[in-house]
Design a protein around this ligand. Structure first.
Ligand code: F6R
Length: 622
Protein backbone atom coordinates (compact mmCIF):
# COMPACT_ATOMS: atom_id res chain seq x y z
CA UNK A 1 0.00 0.00 0.00
CA UNK A 2 1.89 2.97 -1.33
CA UNK A 3 5.55 2.86 -2.15
CA UNK A 4 8.14 5.44 -1.21
CA UNK A 5 11.64 6.10 -2.53
CA UNK A 6 14.40 8.59 -1.87
CA UNK A 7 17.81 9.45 -3.26
CA UNK A 8 20.58 11.82 -2.30
CA UNK A 9 23.87 11.89 -4.15
CA UNK A 10 25.57 13.59 -7.06
CA UNK A 11 23.38 12.36 -9.88
CA UNK A 12 20.06 13.75 -11.07
CA UNK A 13 17.56 12.42 -8.55
CA UNK A 14 14.31 12.32 -10.55
CA UNK A 15 15.21 9.55 -13.07
CA UNK A 16 16.47 7.39 -10.18
CA UNK A 17 13.30 8.06 -8.20
CA UNK A 18 11.07 7.25 -11.18
CA UNK A 19 12.99 4.06 -11.83
CA UNK A 20 12.59 3.06 -8.18
CA UNK A 21 8.88 3.90 -8.23
CA UNK A 22 8.40 1.79 -11.35
CA UNK A 23 9.51 -1.21 -9.29
CA UNK A 24 7.17 -0.28 -6.47
CA UNK A 25 4.14 0.40 -8.61
CA UNK A 26 2.73 -2.95 -7.49
CA UNK A 27 2.22 -1.29 -4.09
CA UNK A 28 -0.22 1.28 -5.45
CA UNK A 29 -0.85 2.95 -8.75
CA UNK A 30 -3.60 5.53 -8.52
CA UNK A 31 -1.28 8.55 -8.47
CA UNK A 32 2.39 9.38 -8.02
CA UNK A 33 4.62 12.32 -7.17
CA UNK A 34 8.17 13.55 -6.69
CA UNK A 35 9.84 16.32 -4.70
CA UNK A 36 13.41 17.28 -5.58
CA UNK A 37 15.82 19.88 -4.33
CA UNK A 38 19.42 20.92 -4.63
CA UNK A 39 20.34 22.93 -1.62
CA UNK A 40 18.47 25.94 -2.90
CA UNK A 41 15.46 27.32 -1.06
CA UNK A 42 12.56 25.95 -3.09
CA UNK A 43 11.68 22.34 -3.50
CA UNK A 44 10.14 21.35 -6.79
CA UNK A 45 7.12 19.08 -6.58
CA UNK A 46 5.48 17.28 -9.50
CA UNK A 47 2.45 15.00 -9.23
CA UNK A 48 0.22 13.10 -11.64
CA UNK A 49 -2.86 10.95 -11.24
CA UNK A 50 -3.09 7.47 -12.70
CA UNK A 51 -0.22 5.16 -13.43
CA UNK A 52 3.39 6.19 -13.09
CA UNK A 53 3.97 6.84 -16.79
CA UNK A 54 1.87 10.01 -16.48
CA UNK A 55 4.39 11.39 -13.99
CA UNK A 56 7.27 10.22 -16.15
CA UNK A 57 5.73 11.98 -19.19
CA UNK A 58 5.18 15.13 -17.20
CA UNK A 59 8.85 15.31 -16.21
CA UNK A 60 10.36 14.08 -19.49
CA UNK A 61 11.29 10.82 -17.72
CA UNK A 62 12.70 12.90 -14.87
CA UNK A 63 15.12 14.79 -17.15
CA UNK A 64 13.35 18.11 -16.63
CA UNK A 65 14.23 18.07 -12.92
CA UNK A 66 17.99 18.59 -12.49
CA UNK A 67 18.24 18.40 -8.68
CA UNK A 68 20.22 15.72 -6.86
CA UNK A 69 18.20 15.04 -3.72
CA UNK A 70 14.59 13.90 -3.70
CA UNK A 71 11.74 11.72 -2.53
CA UNK A 72 8.97 9.99 -4.46
CA UNK A 73 5.70 8.18 -3.87
CA UNK A 74 3.26 5.91 -5.62
CA UNK A 75 -0.16 5.86 -3.98
CA UNK A 76 -2.88 3.39 -3.08
CA UNK A 77 -5.57 5.69 -1.75
CA UNK A 78 -6.79 5.22 1.82
CA UNK A 79 -7.78 8.75 2.89
CA UNK A 80 -9.06 10.92 0.07
CA UNK A 81 -9.74 10.08 -3.57
CA UNK A 82 -6.95 9.56 -6.09
CA UNK A 83 -6.45 13.20 -7.14
CA UNK A 84 -3.53 15.57 -7.63
CA UNK A 85 -4.39 17.31 -4.37
CA UNK A 86 -4.22 14.06 -2.42
CA UNK A 87 -1.18 12.65 -4.21
CA UNK A 88 2.10 12.81 -2.28
CA UNK A 89 4.48 14.55 -1.55
CA UNK A 90 2.71 16.69 1.03
CA UNK A 91 4.00 19.89 2.53
CA UNK A 92 3.90 21.92 5.72
CA UNK A 93 2.73 24.99 3.77
CA UNK A 94 -0.65 25.81 2.31
CA UNK A 95 -0.43 24.03 -1.02
CA UNK A 96 1.75 22.01 -3.30
CA UNK A 97 0.51 24.14 -6.19
CA UNK A 98 -1.63 22.94 -9.09
CA UNK A 99 -0.18 19.66 -10.31
CA UNK A 100 2.67 20.06 -7.86
CA UNK A 101 4.49 23.32 -8.42
CA UNK A 102 7.04 24.93 -6.14
CA UNK A 103 6.78 23.94 -2.52
CA UNK A 104 6.65 27.06 -0.36
CA UNK A 105 7.27 24.89 2.65
CA UNK A 106 9.89 24.11 5.22
CA UNK A 107 9.00 20.42 5.37
CA UNK A 108 8.03 18.12 2.49
CA UNK A 109 7.19 14.46 2.95
CA UNK A 110 5.95 11.16 1.56
CA UNK A 111 4.28 8.47 3.62
CA UNK A 112 3.29 4.82 3.46
CA UNK A 113 0.87 3.68 6.16
CA UNK A 114 -2.08 5.14 8.02
CA UNK A 115 -2.12 7.85 10.66
CA UNK A 116 -5.13 6.74 12.71
CA UNK A 117 -5.52 9.86 14.83
CA UNK A 118 -5.09 12.33 11.99
CA UNK A 119 -8.43 14.10 12.57
CA UNK A 120 -7.43 14.86 16.13
CA UNK A 121 -4.01 16.11 14.96
CA UNK A 122 -5.60 18.15 12.20
CA UNK A 123 -7.88 19.92 14.69
CA UNK A 124 -4.90 20.77 16.87
CA UNK A 125 -2.94 22.12 13.90
CA UNK A 126 -5.93 24.13 12.64
CA UNK A 127 -6.06 25.78 16.07
CA UNK A 128 -2.40 26.72 15.59
CA UNK A 129 -3.08 28.42 12.27
CA UNK A 130 -2.22 25.64 9.81
CA UNK A 131 -4.41 25.31 6.74
CA UNK A 132 -5.13 22.00 5.07
CA UNK A 133 -5.43 21.52 1.34
CA UNK A 134 -5.90 17.71 1.06
CA UNK A 135 -8.02 14.92 2.55
CA UNK A 136 -5.00 12.84 3.49
CA UNK A 137 -3.76 11.70 6.87
CA UNK A 138 -0.21 12.32 5.64
CA UNK A 139 -0.64 16.07 5.47
CA UNK A 140 -1.33 16.15 9.20
CA UNK A 141 1.88 14.22 9.94
CA UNK A 142 4.04 16.53 7.80
CA UNK A 143 2.50 19.62 9.38
CA UNK A 144 2.93 18.24 12.88
CA UNK A 145 6.66 17.76 12.26
CA UNK A 146 6.82 21.37 11.08
CA UNK A 147 4.89 22.53 14.13
CA UNK A 148 7.33 20.93 16.61
CA UNK A 149 10.32 21.98 14.51
CA UNK A 150 9.33 25.63 14.79
CA UNK A 151 7.72 25.70 18.20
CA UNK A 152 10.71 24.21 20.02
CA UNK A 153 13.39 25.41 17.58
CA UNK A 154 14.80 21.90 17.46
CA UNK A 155 16.51 19.87 14.76
CA UNK A 156 14.69 17.56 12.34
CA UNK A 157 15.40 14.39 14.32
CA UNK A 158 13.88 15.81 17.51
CA UNK A 159 10.91 17.26 15.65
CA UNK A 160 10.28 13.86 14.08
CA UNK A 161 10.59 11.90 17.34
CA UNK A 162 8.14 14.29 19.03
CA UNK A 163 5.74 13.68 16.16
CA UNK A 164 6.20 9.91 16.44
CA UNK A 165 5.18 10.06 20.08
CA UNK A 166 1.98 11.90 19.10
CA UNK A 167 0.85 9.89 16.11
CA UNK A 168 -0.92 6.55 16.22
CA UNK A 169 -0.87 4.16 13.31
CA UNK A 170 1.70 2.93 10.87
CA UNK A 171 4.20 4.85 8.82
CA UNK A 172 7.29 4.90 6.74
CA UNK A 173 7.86 8.63 6.38
CA UNK A 174 10.54 10.33 4.30
CA UNK A 175 10.95 14.06 4.87
CA UNK A 176 13.09 16.86 3.48
CA UNK A 177 13.71 20.09 5.39
CA UNK A 178 14.45 23.38 3.66
CA UNK A 179 17.24 24.11 6.17
CA UNK A 180 18.98 20.77 5.61
CA UNK A 181 19.80 20.56 1.94
CA UNK A 182 20.91 17.23 0.48
CA UNK A 183 19.58 15.31 3.46
CA UNK A 184 16.50 13.10 3.87
CA UNK A 185 15.05 12.14 7.26
CA UNK A 186 13.00 9.00 7.66
CA UNK A 187 10.93 7.42 10.41
CA UNK A 188 9.33 4.02 10.57
CA UNK A 189 6.66 2.13 12.46
CA UNK A 190 5.07 -1.02 11.05
CA UNK A 191 5.50 -0.04 7.39
CA UNK A 192 8.47 -1.43 5.47
CA UNK A 193 11.51 0.69 4.72
CA UNK A 194 15.06 -0.07 3.72
CA UNK A 195 17.98 2.28 3.32
CA UNK A 196 20.91 1.57 1.04
CA UNK A 197 24.27 3.24 0.59
CA UNK A 198 26.84 3.10 -2.20
CA UNK A 199 29.89 5.29 -2.72
CA UNK A 200 28.66 8.87 -2.52
CA UNK A 201 24.94 8.19 -2.68
CA UNK A 202 22.16 6.94 -0.42
CA UNK A 203 18.82 5.41 -1.29
CA UNK A 204 15.64 4.55 0.53
CA UNK A 205 12.67 2.47 -0.56
CA UNK A 206 9.69 0.51 0.65
CA UNK A 207 11.09 -2.64 -0.95
CA UNK A 208 14.43 -3.93 -2.18
CA UNK A 209 13.75 -4.16 -5.94
CA UNK A 210 13.60 -0.35 -6.09
CA UNK A 211 17.26 0.04 -5.15
CA UNK A 212 18.82 -3.33 -6.06
CA UNK A 213 20.24 -1.89 -9.25
CA UNK A 214 22.28 0.66 -7.29
CA UNK A 215 23.30 -1.08 -4.10
CA UNK A 216 23.04 -4.31 -2.13
CA UNK A 217 24.31 -2.80 1.14
CA UNK A 218 21.17 -2.05 3.10
CA UNK A 219 19.91 -1.27 6.57
CA UNK A 220 16.53 -2.47 7.80
CA UNK A 221 15.49 0.44 9.96
CA UNK A 222 13.72 -0.75 13.11
CA UNK A 223 10.29 0.21 14.36
CA UNK A 224 10.25 3.60 16.07
CA UNK A 225 13.63 4.60 14.71
CA UNK A 226 14.65 7.68 12.77
CA UNK A 227 17.39 7.87 10.16
CA UNK A 228 19.27 10.89 8.88
CA UNK A 229 20.39 10.17 5.35
CA UNK A 230 23.08 12.13 3.53
CA UNK A 231 25.18 11.31 0.45
CA UNK A 232 26.69 7.89 1.14
CA UNK A 233 26.07 7.81 4.89
CA UNK A 234 23.24 7.17 7.36
CA UNK A 235 22.85 7.81 11.08
CA UNK A 236 20.16 6.20 13.20
CA UNK A 237 18.34 7.53 16.27
CA UNK A 238 15.93 6.04 18.78
CA UNK A 239 12.72 7.62 20.00
CA UNK A 240 14.67 9.65 22.60
CA UNK A 241 16.70 11.18 19.80
CA UNK A 242 19.83 9.29 20.95
CA UNK A 243 22.09 7.98 18.23
CA UNK A 244 22.02 4.22 17.82
CA UNK A 245 23.58 1.75 15.41
CA UNK A 246 22.21 -0.83 13.02
CA UNK A 247 23.98 -3.66 11.21
CA UNK A 248 24.38 -3.41 7.47
CA UNK A 249 22.96 -6.36 5.51
CA UNK A 250 23.91 -7.58 2.06
CA UNK A 251 20.94 -8.36 -0.20
CA UNK A 252 21.50 -11.60 -2.08
CA UNK A 253 18.58 -11.28 -4.51
CA UNK A 254 19.60 -11.13 -8.13
CA UNK A 255 18.82 -7.69 -9.61
CA UNK A 256 17.77 -9.35 -12.89
CA UNK A 257 15.03 -11.17 -10.97
CA UNK A 258 13.19 -7.87 -10.65
CA UNK A 259 13.14 -7.35 -14.46
CA UNK A 260 10.61 -8.74 -16.96
CA UNK A 261 13.32 -10.57 -18.86
CA UNK A 262 11.48 -10.65 -22.20
CA UNK A 263 8.12 -11.81 -20.81
CA UNK A 264 5.08 -9.70 -21.58
CA UNK A 265 4.12 -9.47 -17.92
CA UNK A 266 5.76 -10.09 -14.56
CA UNK A 267 3.01 -12.57 -13.76
CA UNK A 268 3.89 -14.77 -16.74
CA UNK A 269 7.57 -14.56 -15.88
CA UNK A 270 6.86 -15.46 -12.27
CA UNK A 271 4.65 -18.38 -13.31
CA UNK A 272 7.62 -19.71 -15.28
CA UNK A 273 9.99 -19.14 -12.36
CA UNK A 274 8.07 -21.61 -10.22
CA UNK A 275 10.27 -24.65 -10.85
CA UNK A 276 13.25 -22.60 -9.62
CA UNK A 277 11.39 -21.04 -6.69
CA UNK A 278 10.22 -24.45 -5.51
CA UNK A 279 13.60 -26.11 -6.06
CA UNK A 280 15.52 -23.34 -4.26
CA UNK A 281 13.12 -23.35 -1.32
CA UNK A 282 13.25 -27.12 -1.07
CA UNK A 283 17.04 -27.28 -1.28
CA UNK A 284 17.37 -24.68 1.46
CA UNK A 285 15.45 -27.01 3.80
CA UNK A 286 17.30 -30.20 2.92
CA UNK A 287 20.79 -31.31 3.93
CA UNK A 288 22.23 -34.49 2.44
CA UNK A 289 18.75 -35.49 1.29
CA UNK A 290 17.18 -35.11 4.74
CA UNK A 291 15.01 -32.31 6.06
CA UNK A 292 16.90 -29.87 8.23
CA UNK A 293 14.94 -27.07 9.88
CA UNK A 294 17.75 -25.94 12.17
CA UNK A 295 18.08 -22.61 10.31
CA UNK A 296 14.57 -21.79 11.53
CA UNK A 297 15.54 -22.80 15.08
CA UNK A 298 12.79 -25.43 15.28
CA UNK A 299 13.98 -28.12 17.68
CA UNK A 300 12.90 -31.75 17.53
CA UNK A 301 11.61 -31.53 21.14
CA UNK A 302 9.38 -28.60 20.30
CA UNK A 303 7.90 -30.33 17.26
CA UNK A 304 7.33 -33.56 19.19
CA UNK A 305 5.55 -31.65 21.96
CA UNK A 306 3.04 -29.84 19.73
CA UNK A 307 -0.63 -30.35 20.48
CA UNK A 308 -2.18 -27.86 18.07
CA UNK A 309 -1.20 -25.90 14.97
CA UNK A 310 -2.91 -22.65 13.99
CA UNK A 311 -2.16 -21.31 10.52
CA UNK A 312 -2.88 -17.63 10.05
CA UNK A 313 -2.62 -15.67 6.80
CA UNK A 314 -4.49 -13.59 4.22
CA UNK A 315 -5.54 -14.22 0.63
CA UNK A 316 -3.44 -16.71 -1.30
CA UNK A 317 -1.20 -17.31 1.70
CA UNK A 318 -4.35 -18.39 3.57
CA UNK A 319 -5.06 -20.81 0.72
CA UNK A 320 -1.61 -22.30 1.29
CA UNK A 321 -2.68 -22.77 4.90
CA UNK A 322 -5.87 -24.49 3.75
CA UNK A 323 -3.83 -26.98 1.71
CA UNK A 324 -1.25 -27.48 4.46
CA UNK A 325 -4.02 -28.25 6.94
CA UNK A 326 -4.91 -31.44 5.05
CA UNK A 327 -1.28 -32.47 4.67
CA UNK A 328 -0.26 -31.87 8.30
CA UNK A 329 -3.35 -33.56 9.71
CA UNK A 330 -3.01 -36.52 7.40
CA UNK A 331 0.74 -37.07 7.77
CA UNK A 332 1.57 -35.77 11.27
CA UNK A 333 -1.82 -36.30 12.95
CA UNK A 334 -1.77 -32.89 14.65
CA UNK A 335 -5.05 -30.93 14.74
CA UNK A 336 -4.74 -27.85 12.53
CA UNK A 337 -6.96 -24.80 12.39
CA UNK A 338 -6.61 -22.28 9.55
CA UNK A 339 -7.69 -18.73 10.26
CA UNK A 340 -7.91 -15.55 8.26
CA UNK A 341 -5.53 -13.14 9.97
CA UNK A 342 -8.13 -10.36 9.91
CA UNK A 343 -10.48 -12.59 11.95
CA UNK A 344 -7.90 -14.26 14.15
CA UNK A 345 -6.63 -10.98 15.54
CA UNK A 346 -10.03 -10.11 17.01
CA UNK A 347 -10.97 -13.54 18.34
CA UNK A 348 -10.10 -14.58 21.83
CA UNK A 349 -8.86 -18.05 21.00
CA UNK A 350 -7.34 -19.70 24.08
CA UNK A 351 -3.81 -20.74 23.28
CA UNK A 352 -1.55 -23.14 25.12
CA UNK A 353 2.27 -22.95 24.95
CA UNK A 354 2.23 -26.24 23.03
CA UNK A 355 0.40 -24.49 20.18
CA UNK A 356 2.43 -23.46 17.15
CA UNK A 357 1.03 -20.46 15.27
CA UNK A 358 2.32 -20.38 11.71
CA UNK A 359 2.01 -17.04 9.92
CA UNK A 360 2.41 -17.29 6.16
CA UNK A 361 3.23 -14.12 4.23
CA UNK A 362 5.10 -13.34 1.04
CA UNK A 363 5.76 -9.71 1.91
CA UNK A 364 6.15 -10.19 5.64
CA UNK A 365 4.38 -6.84 6.02
CA UNK A 366 0.66 -7.62 5.72
CA UNK A 367 -0.96 -5.62 8.51
CA UNK A 368 -3.49 -8.25 9.59
CA UNK A 369 -0.95 -11.07 9.55
CA UNK A 370 1.48 -8.98 11.57
CA UNK A 371 -1.21 -8.12 14.11
CA UNK A 372 -2.19 -11.81 14.33
CA UNK A 373 1.44 -12.74 14.97
CA UNK A 374 1.64 -10.23 17.80
CA UNK A 375 -1.61 -11.52 19.31
CA UNK A 376 -0.33 -15.10 19.18
CA UNK A 377 2.92 -14.12 20.91
CA UNK A 378 1.04 -12.21 23.61
CA UNK A 379 -1.08 -15.30 24.27
CA UNK A 380 2.02 -17.39 24.82
CA UNK A 381 2.03 -19.49 21.65
CA UNK A 382 5.21 -20.35 19.78
CA UNK A 383 5.30 -18.58 16.44
CA UNK A 384 6.78 -19.55 13.11
CA UNK A 385 6.79 -17.23 10.10
CA UNK A 386 6.96 -18.53 6.53
CA UNK A 387 8.12 -15.41 4.74
CA UNK A 388 9.67 -14.48 1.39
CA UNK A 389 11.06 -11.01 2.06
CA UNK A 390 14.17 -11.15 4.20
CA UNK A 391 14.23 -8.67 7.05
CA UNK A 392 10.49 -7.93 6.82
CA UNK A 393 8.62 -7.11 10.00
CA UNK A 394 6.90 -10.49 10.36
CA UNK A 395 10.23 -12.26 9.86
CA UNK A 396 11.82 -10.11 12.51
CA UNK A 397 9.10 -10.48 15.10
CA UNK A 398 8.35 -14.21 14.89
CA UNK A 399 10.10 -16.65 17.22
CA UNK A 400 11.17 -18.76 14.26
CA UNK A 401 11.46 -17.96 10.56
CA UNK A 402 11.50 -20.20 7.58
CA UNK A 403 12.30 -18.28 4.41
CA UNK A 404 10.87 -19.18 1.04
CA UNK A 405 13.35 -18.52 -1.76
CA UNK A 406 11.01 -17.27 -4.47
CA UNK A 407 13.00 -14.09 -5.09
CA UNK A 408 11.28 -10.74 -5.63
CA UNK A 409 7.66 -11.12 -6.68
CA UNK A 410 6.43 -8.08 -8.58
CA UNK A 411 3.05 -9.02 -10.09
CA UNK A 412 0.26 -8.19 -7.68
CA UNK A 413 -1.27 -11.65 -8.05
CA UNK A 414 1.04 -14.10 -6.34
CA UNK A 415 2.21 -17.25 -8.12
CA UNK A 416 5.77 -18.26 -7.34
CA UNK A 417 5.61 -17.17 -3.71
CA UNK A 418 2.43 -19.26 -3.29
CA UNK A 419 4.23 -22.31 -4.74
CA UNK A 420 7.30 -21.75 -2.57
CA UNK A 421 5.05 -21.48 0.50
CA UNK A 422 3.27 -24.71 -0.43
CA UNK A 423 6.49 -26.70 -0.65
CA UNK A 424 7.80 -25.18 2.58
CA UNK A 425 4.63 -26.30 4.35
CA UNK A 426 4.96 -29.79 2.85
CA UNK A 427 8.51 -30.02 4.19
CA UNK A 428 7.30 -28.97 7.61
CA UNK A 429 4.48 -31.52 7.56
CA UNK A 430 6.84 -34.36 6.66
CA UNK A 431 9.33 -33.41 9.36
CA UNK A 432 6.52 -33.20 11.92
CA UNK A 433 5.31 -36.62 10.83
CA UNK A 434 8.78 -38.17 11.10
CA UNK A 435 9.49 -36.76 14.55
CA UNK A 436 6.08 -37.76 15.85
CA UNK A 437 6.52 -41.20 14.28
CA UNK A 438 3.30 -41.05 12.33
CA UNK A 439 5.20 -42.08 9.20
CA UNK A 440 7.92 -44.71 8.85
CA UNK A 441 11.50 -44.08 7.73
CA UNK A 442 10.61 -45.62 4.37
CA UNK A 443 7.64 -43.33 3.93
CA UNK A 444 9.83 -40.38 4.93
CA UNK A 445 12.40 -41.27 2.29
CA UNK A 446 9.70 -41.80 -0.33
CA UNK A 447 7.98 -38.47 0.43
CA UNK A 448 11.25 -36.53 0.52
CA UNK A 449 12.39 -38.02 -2.80
CA UNK A 450 8.99 -37.39 -4.37
CA UNK A 451 9.08 -33.75 -3.31
CA UNK A 452 12.36 -33.47 -5.23
CA UNK A 453 10.53 -34.33 -8.46
CA UNK A 454 8.02 -31.47 -8.12
CA UNK A 455 10.07 -28.71 -9.82
CA UNK A 456 10.49 -30.81 -12.94
CA UNK A 457 6.83 -31.80 -12.93
CA UNK A 458 5.82 -28.13 -12.69
CA UNK A 459 7.98 -27.52 -15.76
CA UNK A 460 6.06 -30.23 -17.59
CA UNK A 461 2.71 -28.67 -16.68
CA UNK A 462 3.96 -25.34 -18.02
CA UNK A 463 4.58 -27.00 -21.38
CA UNK A 464 0.80 -27.38 -21.77
CA UNK A 465 0.23 -23.63 -21.69
CA UNK A 466 -0.85 -23.21 -25.33
CA UNK A 467 -3.97 -25.33 -24.77
CA UNK A 468 -4.87 -23.20 -21.75
CA UNK A 469 -4.29 -20.06 -23.77
CA UNK A 470 -6.70 -21.41 -26.39
CA UNK A 471 -9.30 -22.38 -23.78
CA UNK A 472 -9.07 -19.00 -22.07
CA UNK A 473 -10.11 -17.30 -25.32
CA UNK A 474 -13.35 -19.33 -25.14
CA UNK A 475 -14.15 -18.24 -21.60
CA UNK A 476 -13.03 -14.62 -21.78
CA UNK A 477 -16.65 -13.42 -21.82
CA UNK A 478 -17.87 -15.61 -18.95
CA UNK A 479 -19.92 -13.91 -16.23
CA UNK A 480 -19.45 -16.48 -13.50
CA UNK A 481 -17.03 -19.33 -12.96
CA UNK A 482 -17.29 -21.94 -10.22
CA UNK A 483 -14.26 -23.89 -9.01
CA UNK A 484 -15.10 -27.05 -7.13
CA UNK A 485 -13.20 -29.83 -5.40
CA UNK A 486 -13.00 -31.80 -2.19
CA UNK A 487 -10.19 -32.00 0.36
CA UNK A 488 -6.91 -30.75 -1.09
CA UNK A 489 -8.74 -30.13 -4.36
CA UNK A 490 -10.97 -27.68 -2.52
CA UNK A 491 -7.89 -25.82 -1.26
CA UNK A 492 -6.65 -25.52 -4.86
CA UNK A 493 -10.11 -24.39 -6.01
CA UNK A 494 -9.90 -21.49 -3.59
CA UNK A 495 -6.65 -20.32 -5.14
CA UNK A 496 -7.86 -20.89 -8.71
CA UNK A 497 -10.96 -18.82 -8.05
CA UNK A 498 -9.05 -15.94 -6.44
CA UNK A 499 -6.50 -15.84 -9.27
CA UNK A 500 -9.30 -15.72 -11.82
CA UNK A 501 -11.39 -13.00 -10.18
CA UNK A 502 -8.55 -10.72 -9.11
CA UNK A 503 -6.97 -10.33 -12.54
CA UNK A 504 -9.84 -11.04 -14.98
CA UNK A 505 -12.64 -9.35 -12.97
CA UNK A 506 -14.90 -12.30 -13.79
CA UNK A 507 -17.01 -13.23 -10.81
CA UNK A 508 -15.89 -16.61 -9.50
CA UNK A 509 -16.45 -18.72 -6.45
CA UNK A 510 -14.77 -21.74 -4.99
CA UNK A 511 -16.94 -24.37 -3.37
CA UNK A 512 -16.30 -27.60 -1.58
CA UNK A 513 -17.96 -29.79 -4.21
CA UNK A 514 -20.30 -31.44 -1.70
CA UNK A 515 -21.62 -28.07 -0.54
CA UNK A 516 -22.94 -26.91 -3.90
CA UNK A 517 -26.30 -28.57 -3.53
CA UNK A 518 -26.89 -26.76 -0.24
CA UNK A 519 -27.67 -23.51 -2.02
CA UNK A 520 -25.14 -22.45 -4.62
CA UNK A 521 -26.29 -24.85 -7.31
CA UNK A 522 -29.24 -22.54 -7.90
CA UNK A 523 -26.77 -20.19 -9.63
CA UNK A 524 -25.84 -22.77 -12.24
CA UNK A 525 -27.54 -22.12 -15.55
CA UNK A 526 -26.96 -22.85 -19.21
CA UNK A 527 -23.24 -22.50 -20.09
CA UNK A 528 -22.05 -21.53 -16.59
CA UNK A 529 -18.44 -22.68 -16.46
CA UNK A 530 -17.69 -25.14 -13.66
CA UNK A 531 -14.05 -26.16 -13.20
CA UNK A 532 -13.62 -29.35 -11.21
CA UNK A 533 -10.32 -30.25 -9.58
CA UNK A 534 -10.09 -34.04 -9.50
CA UNK A 535 -6.68 -35.08 -8.23
CA UNK A 536 -7.49 -36.96 -5.02
CA UNK A 537 -8.29 -40.56 -5.93
CA UNK A 538 -10.53 -41.24 -2.92
CA UNK A 539 -12.70 -38.24 -3.70
CA UNK A 540 -12.67 -38.49 -7.48
CA UNK A 541 -16.01 -40.28 -7.93
CA UNK A 542 -17.76 -37.92 -5.52
CA UNK A 543 -16.59 -34.77 -7.29
CA UNK A 544 -17.37 -36.21 -10.72
CA UNK A 545 -20.96 -36.80 -9.49
CA UNK A 546 -21.18 -33.21 -8.29
CA UNK A 547 -19.97 -32.04 -11.69
CA UNK A 548 -22.58 -34.21 -13.37
CA UNK A 549 -25.23 -32.52 -11.20
CA UNK A 550 -24.03 -29.17 -12.56
CA UNK A 551 -23.96 -30.46 -16.13
CA UNK A 552 -27.53 -31.64 -15.93
CA UNK A 553 -28.44 -28.02 -15.08
CA UNK A 554 -26.70 -26.72 -18.18
CA UNK A 555 -23.14 -26.13 -16.92
CA UNK A 556 -20.14 -26.27 -19.19
CA UNK A 557 -17.40 -28.35 -17.56
CA UNK A 558 -13.63 -28.25 -17.38
CA UNK A 559 -11.61 -30.73 -15.32
CA UNK A 560 -8.09 -30.84 -13.93
CA UNK A 561 -6.87 -34.31 -13.07
CA UNK A 562 -3.78 -36.51 -13.03
CA UNK A 563 -2.31 -38.33 -16.01
CA UNK A 564 -4.10 -41.54 -16.78
CA UNK A 565 -7.54 -40.50 -15.49
CA UNK A 566 -8.83 -40.39 -19.05
CA UNK A 567 -12.37 -41.31 -17.96
CA UNK A 568 -12.81 -37.65 -17.01
CA UNK A 569 -13.16 -36.86 -20.69
CA UNK A 570 -16.45 -38.76 -20.75
CA UNK A 571 -17.93 -36.13 -18.44
CA UNK A 572 -16.21 -32.80 -19.18
CA UNK A 573 -15.65 -30.68 -22.29
CA UNK A 574 -12.02 -29.68 -21.61
CA UNK A 575 -9.49 -31.61 -19.55
CA UNK A 576 -6.04 -30.67 -18.29
CA UNK A 577 -3.72 -33.39 -17.02
CA UNK A 578 -0.92 -32.93 -14.51
CA UNK A 579 1.81 -35.51 -13.83
CA UNK A 580 1.25 -38.08 -11.13
CA UNK A 581 2.94 -37.63 -7.77
CA UNK A 582 2.16 -38.33 -4.14
CA UNK A 583 -1.32 -36.87 -3.71
CA UNK A 584 -0.22 -34.65 -0.82
CA UNK A 585 1.90 -32.65 -3.28
CA UNK A 586 -0.64 -32.35 -6.08
CA UNK A 587 -1.61 -28.75 -5.25
CA UNK A 588 1.87 -27.70 -6.42
CA UNK A 589 1.00 -29.07 -9.88
CA UNK A 590 -2.75 -28.48 -10.17
CA UNK A 591 -2.45 -24.79 -9.33
CA UNK A 592 -0.28 -24.13 -12.41
CA UNK A 593 -3.04 -24.56 -15.05
CA UNK A 594 -5.31 -22.41 -12.89
CA UNK A 595 -2.73 -19.62 -12.78
CA UNK A 596 -2.23 -19.85 -16.54
CA UNK A 597 -5.96 -19.84 -17.18
CA UNK A 598 -6.42 -16.70 -15.08
CA UNK A 599 -3.42 -15.06 -16.73
CA UNK A 600 -4.53 -15.70 -20.31
CA UNK A 601 -8.14 -14.75 -19.53
CA UNK A 602 -6.96 -11.41 -18.19
CA UNK A 603 -4.78 -10.88 -21.29
CA UNK A 604 -7.69 -11.83 -23.57
CA UNK A 605 -9.87 -9.27 -21.83
CA UNK A 606 -7.21 -6.60 -22.41
CA UNK A 607 -6.63 -5.97 -18.70
CA UNK A 608 -3.59 -4.84 -16.78
CA UNK A 609 -2.50 -8.26 -15.55
CA UNK A 610 0.29 -7.13 -13.24
CA UNK A 611 -1.64 -4.29 -11.65
CA UNK A 612 -5.30 -5.22 -11.31
CA UNK A 613 -7.68 -2.47 -10.30
CA UNK A 614 -8.19 -1.58 -6.63
CA UNK A 615 -5.45 -3.90 -5.43
CA UNK A 616 -1.97 -3.49 -4.04
CA UNK A 617 0.53 -6.21 -3.42
CA UNK A 618 1.54 -5.41 0.07
CA UNK A 619 -1.52 -4.73 2.21
CA UNK A 620 -0.17 -2.73 5.11
CA UNK A 621 -3.56 -1.41 6.23
CA UNK A 622 -6.33 -3.22 8.11
C1 F6R B 1 -3.45 -12.82 -4.30
C2 F6R B 1 -2.47 -12.25 -3.38
C3 F6R B 1 -2.94 -11.85 -2.04
C4 F6R B 1 -1.86 -12.12 -0.99
C5 F6R B 1 -2.31 -11.54 0.36
C6 F6R B 1 -1.28 -11.80 1.44
O1 F6R B 1 -2.87 -13.15 -5.52
O2 F6R B 1 -1.33 -12.07 -3.71
O3 F6R B 1 -4.13 -12.49 -1.71
O4 F6R B 1 -1.63 -13.49 -0.90
O5 F6R B 1 -2.51 -10.17 0.23
O6 F6R B 1 -0.07 -11.17 1.16
P1 F6R B 1 1.26 -11.61 1.89
O7 F6R B 1 1.56 -13.01 1.48
O8 F6R B 1 2.29 -10.64 1.43
O9 F6R B 1 0.98 -11.53 3.37
Amino acid sequence: MCGIVGYTGHRQAAPILLDGLSRLEYRGYDSAGLAVRNGKAATEIVKATGKLYHLADKTDQGRSLPDTCGIGHTRWATHGDPSIINAHPHVSGNSTGPGGGEGDSDVVGVHNGIIENYTELKEKLLRHGYQFYSDTDTEAAVKLVDYYYKKYQIGPVDAITRTMVRIRGSYALALMFRDYPEEIFVARKDSPLIIGTADDASYLASDAPAILKYTRQVYYIENLQVARISCGSVRFYDLNGDETSLPMTEITWDAAAAEKDGYEHFMLKEIHEQPTAVRDTLNSLLKDGRIDLSAAGLTDEMIRGLKQVEIVACGSAWHVGMAAQYVIEDLARIPVRVELASEFRYRSIPMAPDTLVIVISQSGETADSLAALRVARERGAQTLAIVNVVGSTIAREADHVLYTLAGPEIAVATTKAYSAQLIAMDVLAIQMALLRQTISQDEYVHLTEEMGTIPDKIRRVLEDKERLQWFSSKIANAHDIFFIGRGLDYAISLEGSLKMKEISYIHSEAYAAGELKHGTISLIEKNTLVIGILTQSQLFEKTISNMAECKSRGAYLMGITTNGNFAVEDSVSFTVYVPRTDEHFIPSLAVIPLQLLAYYTSVNRGLDVDKPRNLAKSVTVE
